[in-house]
Design a protein around this ligand. Structure first.
Ligand SMILES: [Zn+2]
Length: 389
């Protein structure tokens, strides 16, 4: 199965006027990524923006608008579970953006990127921080108001981490400038407060960084973040790349590990046992090299490590969701082009196409927590797939 499937795209439920209608979609081939099955000649009945029924012989209300996709392939919209849509730098010196770009500019870049992704078939993005001063929260509000067309945006707001955020260092005189995008939180009390600050400002999930400095979050700190976030109905995503700090993240009850490039088989087995989702942000080597992530040799080596970790995670049976983590734009490529480049990494790791689609749809949707699956369907976007898959 080839993965070039963007023949054309229809989106039907983003405009508020459409939400009030009943729509019957005739789907010639309906792909269910959760089960990995294709059902022929199905009807999808949508009322007031929500899918209410799917089946072969449904009674279609007289006033329903019929959308005839009987010669097409139909599936749920794709999700990217790890984006930074307000970022768009030329290199990995992301801190420079604090100097040159304010939150309004970042929000407008986010709108442009969100629309590029939506038009490519990505109907939901899980934006995991680095959005200036809650710029992605404001962007989400504007799209949800119907002011602009855009995907469903889930946003983490400010990233919570040990003192220093993900800054690589700063002079004492400069002060904690990283707080433009991070909340310093050390110990359970500060972590509770940081989670609640983000909840107050309207985030949809909580993002922590566990091992960006030499001092890692403890089990107690992770547990506290999870407890406070879950009590507010929010999932917890944690940046962690090494095995030892990942154990605290998994045992502390986090919902997902972001990146996890150097996880051992032992840790991957623990993730499987505990149901922790891996959002591997499986960078293509060429992106790492072109983005100047490190020397070309080190960037290539990291690319190879990522393929091997993805292969092991799939073989072990870790639950995974597709995520990109694109923050550096490459010349002559849209964000959508760059997103599809990741599929080559998944194929190189031996993950079958149906499983990749599952990681891009139902697995990613489950990460959204208990309140989200209905919303996922509300703003579903139907893709008509190439008959030559
Ligand atoms: Zn990221």
């Amino acid at each position: 199965m080839r993965t070039r499937f963007l023949l054309f795209v229809l989106f039907v439920f983003t405009a508020s006027s459409a939400r009030a209608q009943t729509i019957a979609v005739r789907a010639g081939n309906l792909f269910d990524p959760g089960k990995g099955t294709v059902a022929k000649d199905q009807t999808i009945l949508v009322k007031s923006g929500t899918i209410v029924e799917v089946g072969a012989n449904l009674d279609i209300p007289r006033d329903a608008e019929i959308m005839d996709l009987s010669k097409s392939w139909v599936m749920p919209g794709l999700m990217d579970a790890h984006t930074h849509i307000t970022e768009g730098q030329r290199n990995w010196e992301l801190e420079l953006s604090y100097l040159y770009e304010d939150s309004a500019y970042r929000a407008l870049r986010g709108l442009k990127t969100a629309q590029v992704l939506l038009n490519a078939g990505i109907t939901t993005v899980r934006d995991v921080g680095n959005d200036a001063n809650y710029a992605a929260v404001d962007l989400r509000k504007a799209i949800n108001q119907g002011w602009f067309t855009g995907p469903t945006i889930l946003t983490a707001g400010k990233i919570i981490g040990p003192f220093g955020g993900q800054s690589s260092g700063a002079s004492v005189e400069m002060g904690p400038y990283w707080r433009f995008e991070y909340i310093d939180a050390d110990g359970p009390d500060e972590i509770s407060k940081a989670v609640r600050q983000n909840v107050f400002y309207g985030v949809d999930l909580i993002k922590l960084v566990a091992d960006s400095s030499r001092s890692h979050y403890t089990l107690e700190e992770i547990r506290t973040a999870v407890e406070v976030a879950h009590s507010a109905g929010l999932a917890v995503a944690v940046h962690v790349v090494e095995s030892e700090p990942a154990k605290n993240v998994i045992l502390g009850g986090a919902d997902s590990i972001e990146h996890g490039f150097f996880l051992s088989d032992e840790v991957l087995h623990l993730m499987k046992e505990k149901g922790t989702v891996l959002v591997g942000t499986d960078f293509p080597s060429e992106h790492l090299v072109a983005g100047g992530q490190d020397t070309p040799e080190k960037a290539k080596a990291l690319g190879n490590t990522i393929v091997e970790r993805l292969r092991r995670a799939y073989r072990i049976g870790v639950k995974m969701a597709f995520g990109t983590d694109i923050v550096v734009d490459l010349p002559n490529k849209t964000r959508a082009d760059m997103t599809w480049d990741y599929l080559a990494v998944w194929r190189a790791a031996g993950v079958p196409a149906a499983e990749i689609l599952k990681c891009m749809t139902t697995n990613a949707a489950e990460l959204r927590g208990s309140t989200s699956s209905a919303e996922q369907l509300c703003r579903v976007l139907l893709l008509t797939l190439s008959p030559h898959l």
